[in-house]
Design a protein around this ligand. Structure first.
Ligand SMILES: Nc1ncnc2c1ncn2[C@@H]1O[C@H](COP(=O)(O)OP(=O)(O)O)[C@@H](O)[C@H]1O
Ligand SMILES: [Mg+2]
Length: 410
């Protein structure tokens, strides 16, 4: 093992699934994915912890497998935060910096950012990020980086990303219960965007929509900056539930129908019957099934479009919309999404990195990979994985993970 390597962990706590990606960063800053795992989530409702023990146990179980194989203990992570209380607010602020010949320094920037946040964001919200969109000096706007420039009055236009404090606190508590310190909370769609977008897309204008189990999370980029985040509290599980209700079948069967037989190219499949069950003993009329799925998908995309509209980006995204998350695995879903959103739509998978990157090159791993990539940029992220102490507090329960490969290459 190369001792110069740093290790970081991205932890995606979803409503249906928890996922982790462990990456090593060498002294040149190159990232390699060295471990990953996924498991069923518990105690999460619409992206938000509904209790502490459910998420903690699922995180513990999922990481336990990874740690056992690698002989390492994950102690801290960048963690995804989701739910409709995750929002962005565009704010403005202004400060006087003194004489005209004063050069703008870091302190001035901090001060003007503080002004843009204080009083604008309700006290019951945690500020997750402040993204300066534009500065103005003495009334002259369009400045991206005013550091070192001369001026007497500094103005900022910023995008403040926040979430309700209780949700943030409970998420941190849940990971802490699993002995993992949440170093930073990153909105689900922002994390996914980190993994799947390139700079050109962010510059020209693009949205990432992470289709999760109970949420559809949106992040919009333009001019290289995050312009908007929002969450629609409907997801792919709603489709399953609708099928279960309308067809009067168990959710497991509804899930099988959704994942195996539905494509976003509605009406194109010539077979009229869907046969499920071990011996194909249950038959459903395809038209009826498709109608149910189509109605719910249409609702999801309509709600997404409403958010794009409210952010003033509807049909204003040259690089289109990139879908990630488990819900994006529905075959040809981009065709139906394109029709509903009237924009170009593609499926996003994490960029190629070193290590076992291929294994996480899937839409549902975008969030965890993005979190690890953010963590990799954090130079203060120290020793997240220690050689396992002999007396690890963690109880290692369960074994049914899908952990594939860890550390053996390094
Ligand atoms: N092949 C598939 N086709 C359609 N939906 C799928 C497929 N695979 C997974 N899903 C759906 O993706 C959702 C889970 O996505 P995921 O991103 O893991 O959720 P979360 O992060 O919210 O826990 C579930 O609703 C599941 O049914
Ligand atoms: Mg997800």
């Amino acid at each position: 093992m190369d001792n110069d390597n740093r290790f970081v962990t991205g932890l995606d706590v979803g409503t249906e699934n928890v996922r982790a990606v462990i990456a090593s960063i060498n002294k040149d800053g190159k990232i390699a994915i060295v471990g990953f795992n996924e498991g069923k989530s518990a105690g999460m409702r619409k992206g938000i912890p509904a209790n502490l023990t459910g998420p903690a146990e699922s995180i513990d179980r999922m990481l336990g497998d990874a740690e056992r194989m690698g002989g390492y203990d994950v102690r801290s992570a960048y963690v995804s935060i989701n739910g409709s209380t995750v929002i962005s607010t565009q704010t403005e602020g202004m400060i006087a910096v003194g004489a005209v010949e004063h050069e703008i320094d870091v302190e001035d920037l901090n001060r003007v950012e503080d002004i843009a946040v204080s009083g604008r964001i309700p006290a019951n919200r945690d500020v997750l990020d402040v993204i300066p969109l534009e500065f103005a000096l003495d009334g002259q706007g369009g400045i991206k980086d005013p550091l070192g420039m001369a001026g007497a009055r500094l103005e900022i236009r910023a995008n403040v990303v926040s979430a309700l404090t209780p949700n943030c606190e409970n998420l941190k508590k849940a990971t802490q219960t699993a002995d993992v310190q949440a170093l930073r909370l990153v909105p689900t769609a922002v994390a996914a965007a980190k993994a799947v977008l390139d700079e050109r897309q962010k510059e020209n204008g693009v949205a990432v929509v992470d289709l999760g189990a109970a949420t559809s999370s949106i992040a919009i980029y333009e001019e290289g900056d995050l312009q908007y985040v929002g969450v629609v509290p409907i997801g792919s599980n709603n489709i399953t539930n609708d099928l279960a209700i309308v067809l009067a079948i168990e959710p497991e069967l509804a899930e099988e129908i959704k994942t195996r037989f539905i494509t976003g190219d509605f009406g194109s499949n010539k077979s009229v019957a869907i046969k499920v069950g071990k011996h194909g003993e249950r038959t459903f009329e395809r038209k009826e099934v498709e109608e149910v799925v189509k109605a719910r998908l249409e609702e999801i995309f309509t709600e997404i479009r409403k958010k794009l509209k409210s952010a003033k980006y509807d049909q204003r995204l040259p690089e289109g919309i990139i879908l990630t998350g488990g819900g994006a695995k529905m075959r040809d879903i981009e065709l139906f999404a394109k029709e509903c959103l009237e924009a170009s739509v593609k499926i996003g998978v994490p960029k190629q990195l070193d290590g076992v990157s291929n294994a996480v090159s899937k839409p549902e791993f975008a969030v965890a990979v993005g979190l690890a990539m953010f963590a990799a940029e954090d130079v203060e992220y120290q020793a997240p994985i220690d050689k396992k102490s002999k007396k690890s507090k963690k109880k290692k329960s369960g074994s049914g993970g899908l952990f594939k490969k860890l550390f053996s290459k390094f």
